[in-house]
Design a protein. Structure first.
Length: 573
């Protein structure tokens, strides 16, 4: 399909998706409701193919535009929004995968201008282009692009394509469990979410180097290098495929303007993904890819769509949720994030349960909602607990704000009129935290939409995976995994770090790291004790940047923890 045809179909898709925003999109109704009755050779089958390909390929332009805005946002101090790191902002506020954003940002900050332009005009897919930084020199761009267009194997991702010369082991039972435990430990030591292949490589590197545990801990506790905050660049020689959809690029004036642009881009991107997910699910179920000369659905995805097979399968699941639950589809059309919709699809078994979950789903931090969906056992109990918490949350937040203000007033009445150095959140002139009030006067109610809800993670460890489930790992990984587990045996659940499983208790972070800090809710210098009720585990970013920067406060009210941020709050019980 030509670039001009791609653009025309993309614009037509957006015009169709903008109709009937109060319910399911017109495109999805016309296509999905009738596909099962289509006979082979029906001309509408080719129209669906053109639409799916156009939406998929033009999505690269939107992702480039969104990542470009995120690079601008990253240059600002996001503590003003209550986020201790850019990663937590991307996960919670944008509902976007940070790893994907980092890959695109690396491309935008590179000097591979020909590669960027090739993505812009549709010659190279974005999933291929993000592999170029670090592998392609600027002088070799033209040759690399020609090789990609011609489909030469040398340009493909060897890990994704598979390499028959690599020795692998197939593990089941206790051996597979050992490797999974070692991967979890590697992620804890590294302090970030690593994919399986990256965790495996890290375990092998430690094993082959033979480093002592003390040296490994020293390395992982060393400060990370500063993130790359250089401005992104995008060639403007040819038209941007995102321009017909969202207009020409405009440099954001400030953080608020950048957030407005990002929110608009996310809304458009989400609407397109919702339609794409529904169509992909029907293409697979109705075997439409056979009319297009492909033996398998995966072959169609690899050959014609700008996405990985894994992404296509994830989109199919999201689309199936929207087809099965009309209430969730309507909520997505009204602005509910697709990531939340996908989680609801795993938590709800019936339409009635979906409707009940929708009453609280948009108030639960996305990370916690995904964790509930990953372990849906007791979902009904969790939903009822969240509904009860929703009734109590406004009063709990009111009491938390009043309790914090009383402590600040008590500090102001002391002889020094302040607090020790480093406790910026406890100065008498500390900034106001928590939701704003709806209306005038001190007795006006708090904005309920700015009050989040969540439950404390379950204390028992996650159940063991089925013994019959096998995994394929690099040869020698089992020995390396046993070596790592022998040097870092499980610690008893006695201290606060062990009880929290080295996980940050900030509900909008939940980072798991060996560098976890134990925070005193009421500082010891102000009379706080070491009692467990006064302790909370936070990652270094949330502890030092947010709490001691005065951008987050934690108040314990009855059996709940109230996290106060600028303009909002989250109640945990």
């Amino acid at each position: 399909m030509s670039v001009a045809a791609d653009r025309g179909m993309s614009v037509a898709a957006d015009r169709g998706m903008s109709v009937g925003m109060g319910g399911a999109s017109v495109l999805a109704r016309l296509s999905v409701d009738t596909m099962e009755a289509w006979l082979p050779g029906d001309p509408r089958i080719e129209q669906v193919r053109a639409l799916v390909v156009a939406i998929s390929r033009s999505s690269a332009a939107l992702d480039l535009r969104l990542a470009r805005v995120c690079c601008v946002i990253q240059q600002h101090d996001l503590r003003e929004l209550g986020y201790g790191s850019f990663t937590s902002f991307v996960c919670e506020r944008m509902c976007w995968q940070p790893s994907w954003q980092r890959q695109i940002a690396r491309l935008l900050r590179s000097d591979l201008h020909l590669v960027k332009q090739a993505v812009n005009v549709g010659l190279v897919t974005l999933t291929t282009a993000v592999q170029a930084p670090g592998r392609v020199q600027p002088s070799d761009q033209a040759a690399w692009i020609r090789a990609v267009v011609q489909g030469e194997p040398a340009t493909r991702d060897t890990r994704a394509a598979g390499d028959d010369d690599v020795d692998v082991d197939v593990l089941v039972g206790d051996d597979a469990t050992t490797v999974r435990r070692a991967r979890r430990l590697a992620r804890l030591l590294c302090g970030r979410s690593l994919p399986d292949h990256a965790a495996d490589q890290q375990i092998l590197d430690w094993y082959q180097s033979g480093e002592a545990p003390a040296q490994i801990l020293k390395d992982v506790r060393a400060p990370r290098p500063a993130p790359d905050l250089s401005p992104p660049s995008m060639p403007d020689a040819l038209g941007d495929q995102a321009t017909p959809v969202v207009g020409p690029w405009k440099e954001p004036r400030d953080l608020d303007h950048a957030l407005q642009i990002a929110d608009r881009l996310m809304a458009i991107r989400q609407r397109r993904r919702a339609v794409l997910g529904r169509l992909l699910d029907q293409i697979k179920d109705c075997w439409l890819f056979l009319d297009w000369g492909h033996d398998r659905f995966d072959d169609f995805v690899r050959a014609e769509l700008d996405m990985s097979v894994r992404t296509a399968q994830r989109l199919r699941k999201e689309g199936r949720t929207l087809l099965w639950f009309p209430q969730i589809a309507a909520a997505v059309d009204r602005g509910l994030a697709l990531a939340r919709a996908a989680a609801l699809g795993r938590l709800a078994d019936t339409v009635a349960q979906a409707r009940q979950w929708l009453a609280v789903a948009d108030r639960v931090p996305l990370g916690d909602l995904k964790r509930m969906a990953a372990d849906p056992s007791g979902a009904h109990h969790k939903r009822r607990a969240l509904q009860r918490l929703a009734d109590d949350a406004p009063d709990l937040v009111e009491r938390a704000i009043a309790q914090r203000q009383a402590r600040l007033d008590a500090l102001a009445a002391t002889e020094t009129g302040g607090s020790p150095t480093g406790l910026a959140g406890w100065t008498p002139d500390a900034r106001r935290l928590g939701p704003s009030r709806v209306g005038d006067g001190p007795d006006a109610p708090l904005d309920p939409s700015a009050i989040g809800l969540t439950l404390r993670p379950d204390a028992p460890p996650r159940p063991a995976e089925p013994a019959e489930r096998h995994i394929i790992v690099p040869a020698g990984l089992l020995d390396a995994a046993r070596w790592l587990l022998d040097r870092f045996p499980p610690q008893p659940r006695r201290g606060p770090r062990q009880r929290a499983d080295h996980t940050c208790e900030n509900p909008e972070c939940r980072r798991r790291t060996i560098k976890i800090h134990v925070h005193h809710i009421m500082p010891r210098s102000l009379g706080g004790s070491d009692d467990p009720d006064n302790l909370c585990c936070l990652c270094p970013s949330c502890h030092l940047r947010l709490v001691h920067g005065g951008f987050m406060a934690i108040e314990r009210i009855d059996d709940a923890d109230v996290f106060l941020y600028p303009g909002r709050a989250v109640v945990v019980r």
